[in-house]
Design a protein around this ligand. Sequence first.
Ligand SMILES: Nc1ncnc2c1ncn2[C@@H]1O[C@H](COP(=O)(O)OP(=O)(O)OP(=O)(O)O)[C@@H](O)[C@H]1O
Ligand SMILES: Nc1ccn([C@@H]2O[C@H](COP(=O)(O)O)[C@@H](O)[C@H]2O)c(=O)n1
Length: 228
Amino acid sequence: MENGAAQPVIVAIDGPSGTGKSSTSKAVAAQLGLSYLDTGAQYRAITWWMVTNGIDIEDPSAIAAVAGKPEIVSGTDPAGPTITVDGTDVAAPIRTQEVTSQVSAVSAVPEVRARITELQRSIAAGAERGIVVEGRDIGTTVLPDADLKIFLTASPEARAARRSGELKGADVNATREALVKRDAADSSRKTSPLAKADDAVEVDTTELTLPQVIECVVTLVEEKRAGK
Ligand SMILES: Nc1ncnc2c1ncn2[C@@H]1O[C@H](COP(=O)(O)OP(=O)(O)OP(=O)(O)O)[C@@H](O)[C@H]1O
Ligand SMILES: Nc1ccn([C@@H]2O[C@H](COP(=O)(O)O)[C@@H](O)[C@H]2O)c(=O)n1
C-alpha cells in the first residue's frame, strides 16, 4: 500500500463463554486502530426482539418465520461499540438473564444464522482498516479466509470466577453450571456450532492475566502483518 499504510487485516476470535473474547478483541482493535464487532451482541439483540414480541422461543419455525424482520445495527468503534434494534438502543437489555438463558435456542435456528452471518460479512467487508470479529463460528463459517484466527479457552472454574466477579454476589457454582450448559448448547447445534477452526491458534487464558492475553494476540497480529 502507498504512504506506508498497513493492509487491512481481518482477525477472527472465537471461543466458549467467558474466555475473554470481548475484552481481548476490544483492546486489540483499539491498540491496532481496527474496527471491532461483537457478534454475540447481534444474536442477543435478535433474541431480545423475539422475547419482546412474544415469539415462542421453543418453536424454531416461529422464530424462522420472523428472523428477517428486526433491523439490527452494530457500531464498530472499539472505544464505544453500540447495538440497536429498529433504532432502539438495546445495549443494556440484551445482557439480562432472560436474554442470556434464551439466546442459544434462537441462535441455533438456521434462518437466524443465515441473516446474522450475512450482516457480519458485510460489516467486515466495509471495515477499511480491518476488523477484529469475535464470536463462536467466525473462523469456521463467517470469515473462513480471515488473516488470523484465534481460539480462546479457559477452565470452567476460571471463567465462572471471572463472571461471578462481574455479577457481584453471584454464586460461582450456579454461574459455572449456566456457562457450561450454554457452551454445550452452542457446541451441539447443527448449523455452525461453536468450534475451533483447523488453522486457528489456540490460547489457553486460564493462567494468563487480561493484559497478557491482549499482548499475545497483538503480537500474533503483528507477526502476521510482517509475514512471519
Ligand atoms: N485473562 C483474564 N483474566 C482475568 N479476567 C479476565 C481475563 N479475560 C477476561 N477477563 C474478565 O472475564 C470476564 C469475561 O470476559 P469477556 O466478557 O471478555 O468474555 P467473553 O469470552 O467475551 O464472554 P461471552 O462469550 O460470555 O460474552 C470480564 O469481566 C473480563 O474482564
Ligand atoms: N458467532 C456467534 C456469537 C454468538 N452466538 C450466540 O450468542 C450467544 C451470546 O454470545 P455472547 O458472546 O454474547 O455470550 C452465544 O451463547 C451463542 O448462542 C453464536 O451462536 N455465534
